[in-house]
Unconditional design. Structure first.
Lengths: 191, 97
């Protein structure tokens, strides 16, 4: 029994509907970025889950798919009443699920703030305006120029070096002042 | 208000700003001073000169190619120019050339 949806080159691709004894099988082939042609999933509607549940049944290289298109997975699997389902939406939904399950799509959004932003924010709150404008802000601005220029040139080592030198330049006087204050206090109390 | 006369290093900064009517960034002052002004002290110097009224600062316009914080630009003010002219008349220009 032939099916109008059979691909002409006998290769299974995403969304193909293969005919089976019940004529109601939908194939989801997920073309991965790995060196394989993909995988074949048979999707069964699960009344318990209220959703489509994919089961991996093979790959397009398997003989079963090169030859007889009529046999697919378990022929006695029923997909449910397809007439009541928006198949395009179901296809998209399942493809999305499969892709995410297979780790093809990794949604990672990373917001990177420029270096020194925390120190800049903290200093703007703790220091008075005069000292902030004199000791912190211009050094942060200069560091940003050199840092982004180094990144633009593709020199990550130089960019890291710029950040390290910035912290040394800004924090060294503060540390020195703290030690001097402690030393002065000891000298004063020892008299 | 009594304004102190600029020190030798401060006069060096003023003379560098005199040669740049559009103003200079702090790093440019360090570069043009050829090592006489250190990066760690340039903004302290410029801050003191600004307090004395010889220099004014504005923030540069944000550039689309520069994603960081806007940098301050320092320009010579009219009193700053007068101080330099006075120093030149007094024969002090060779001190900070």
């Amino acid at each position: 029994m032939s099916n109008d949806n059979d691909p002409p080159n006998n290769r299974v691709k995403f969304g193909d509907r293969l005919g089976g004894p019940n004529g109601r099988f939908i194939v989801f082939t997920v073309l991965t970025n790995r060196d394989r042609d993909g995988e074949i999933y048979q999707v069964d509607y699960s009344p318990h889950d209220g959703d489509y549940v994919p089961h991996k049944v093979g790959s397009p290289q398997d003989d079963i798919y090169r030859g007889d298109w009529k046999r697919l997975g378990r022929p006695n699997t029923v997909l449910g009443d397809l007439s009541k389902v928006n198949m395009d939406q179901a296809l998209l939904q399942q493809r999305r699920k499969l892709e995410i399950e297979m780790g093809i799509l990794e949604r990672k959004v990373k917001i990177i703030l420029p270096p020194g932003h925390r120190l800049n924010s903290l200093a703007s709150m703790l220091l008075d305006k005069k000292n902030y404008k004199r000791y912190i802000y211009p050094h942060v601005a200069d560091m940003h120029v050199e840092y982004f220029q180094a990144l633009k040139d593709g020199d990550e080592r130089k960019a890291r070096f710029v950040v390290i030198m910035f912290y040394l330049r800004v924090l060294a006087p503060v540390v020195r002042a703290i030690f001097t204050s402690i030393k002065t206090w000891f000298e004063f109390t020892s008299k | 208000m009594k304004t102190e006369f600029p020190t030798k290093t401060e006069m060096t900064v003023l003379s560098l700003l005199m040669n740049s009517p559009k103003g200079l960034y702090g790093l440019q002052v360090v570069d043009q001073s050829e090592g006489s002004i250190k990066r760690g002290s340039v903004y302290v110097l410029l801050g003191r000169l600004e307090e004395k009224g010889f220099v004014s600062s504005t923030l540069a316009k944000v550039d689309a190619n520069h994603p960081g914080l806007p940098r301050p630009i320092y320009k010579l003010t009219a009193p700053g120019q007068k101080v330099l002219q006075f120093a030149e008349q007094m024969g002090m220009s060779g001190v900070f050339a």
